[in-house]
Structure formats: C-alpha cells, structure tokens
Design a protein around this ligand. Structure first.
Ligand SMILES: CC(C)(COP(=O)(O)OP(=O)(O)OC[C@H]1O[C@@H](n2cnc3c(N)ncnc32)[C@H](O)[C@@H]1OP(=O)(O)O)[C@@H](O)C(=O)NCCC(=O)NCCS
Length: 218
C-alpha cells in the first residue's frame, strides 16, 4: 500500500460533475484502461464523452457514477444503472442445455433478451436489480485496493439491490475481485460484445455474466 496518499471517492450527480471529470483526465483514462488485453478496444473521445453524458441525458433514474480522484486527476471510475431495458439491453446465450460453450454450440441457444432471462430466473425488475456498467483503475494505481473500495462504495449505495455484470471470459483479475465481493459466475451463460478494436477490426469477444444477489428483505 502507498502511504500518505489520499484518494477521494466522488459521486457525480450532474453533467457538470462529468465535465469536471473530463477536465481531470477521464477521457484518456477510459481509453487507456480498455486499450489493453483482453479488451484492446478503441474508443474515440466522442465515444467516451457520449457514454458518460448519457448517464445524465437519457432519462436514467438516479444513475450511480463514482470517480476516484487523486488530487486533480481521476484515476478510477465505477458506474451502475437500473437493470432496465431502456438502458441495458444485450442478448444472452445459455449453454447449460447444450453441454457447454464450443464453436459448434455457439449460437444455438440464443435467448433474445437478458431481461426475459433474469425476470424468469431471478424475478428481476429495474426496481430490485441494477447493472454494473463500467469499472476501471489507472494502470499504475492497480493492486492498491482502489477498485475494491469503489465497488464497495457502489454496493453500499445499492444497499439491498441485486447487481448483474458482464466481464470478459478471460479477465481473471476482475472475476476474482467480483467473487470476493459476493458475485457469482452464472455458469453456462454468455454474451458476445462486438466492438471496434485498436487494430481497426471489429471483433466479438465472449463475456460471462455474474450476479450478486441480496437476501429478500422481509
Ligand atoms: C480489474 C481492475 C478494475 C482491478 O482494479 P484494482 O484497483 O487493481 O483492484 P484491487 O486492488 O481493488 O484488487 C482487489 C482484488 O481483485 C483481485 N485482483 C485485482 N487485480 C488482480 C491481478 N492483477 N491479479 C490477480 N488478482 C487481482 C484480487 O483478489 C485483489 O485483492 P488482493 O489485492 O487483496 O489480492 C483493474 O485491473 C482494471 O481496471 N482492469 C482493466 C479494466 C477492467 O478489466 N475492468 C473490469 C471490466 S468488467
């Protein structure tokens, strides 16, 4: 652990707070974080601007947007939104009945809507379930507990909500972090994310789904 270094976790509540984070390095931070394997994703400045603006311009009710500041620099972010079809929408494939994922089984068991699956399986609604959208920590500040601290702050805010997330099949460090905070990997459930990569290609990558379920409140 670094000594005598103070990190501040700040919740963004307005577009102005997002602009402040942009002026403190958020755009480059986001681009750098997802430029490495397993993602190697390309995001233009406009992409990152639109993403963070959208939390406050698309009618999302009470988005949770947290930044970690070190002095005047944003060094980490964590965002979550209600699991509502207006803001979160992806297809999931359930390979449990197909004997596991393989190139042969891929595509044969598409469940069109993640909402349909989670409603049926976990009785999820936008009121009781949130979606962890983004999490990242500056490369030179990793393994200092910053992600754990941000995520804990996020889960504390979300209190008794269930939380769903997607992460790369090969992102072992993130998976470990999530497991340690009570998420479990829903075996056999996958989603594909198609995105522009740094080499200019557009590729799909496989993401697993993790869920943190809270006990029902009596
Ligand atoms: C994943 C990520 C957010 C972790 O951030 P971090 O601040 O380094 O994580 P923390 O220091 O809070 O680590 C908490 C726990 O996660 C696990 N972990 C994190 N990084 C790890 C690594 N490189 N190797 C093994 N375990 C790791 C460990 O269990 C760790 O606890 P420990 O240090 O007590 O062993 C960061 O590596 C990152 O930004 N990666 C790129 C973006 C990304 O993958 N985002 C998640 C997308 S879903």
């Amino acid at each position: 652990m670094e000594k005598d270094v103070s990190y501040t976790v700040v919740r963004a509540n307005t577009l102005q707070d997002i602009e402040e984070a942009f002026s403190c390095g958020l755009i480059k931070l986001y681009q750098d974080i997802f430029s490495d394997p397993p993602y190697e994703e390309y995001f233009s400045s406009d992409d990152v601007t639109s993403l963070f603006h959208s939390y406050f311009t698309s009618g999302i009710s009470n988005p949770l947007v947290l930044f970690t500041y070190l002095g005047r620099q944003v060094i980490a972010f964590c965002t979550a939104v209600p699991f509502d079809e207006h803001w979160v929408d992806f297809e999931i494939s359930d390979f449990n009945m197909a004997g596991g994922y393989s190139p042969e089984t891929h595509g044969k068991t598409i469940i069109n809507s993640c909402h349909e699956y989670f409603k049926r399986t976990f009785d999820s609604t936008p009121e009781n379930t949130w979606y962890l959208d983004e999490l990242g920590v500056r490369k030179d500040k990793r393994r200092k507990g910053i992600a754990r601290c941000l995520l804990q702050a996020c889960l504390t805010e979300l209190n008794s909500k269930n939380v769903i997330l997607r992460t790369s099949d090969s992102n072992n460090q993130a998976q470990l972090l999530y497991q340690n905070l009570g998420f479990h990997h829903i075996g056999g459930l996958y989603t594909q994310v198609s995105h522009k990569r740094l080499d200019g290609s557009v590729r799909e990558d496989l993401r697993i789904i993790m869920l943190r379920q809270t006990e029902p409140v009596e």
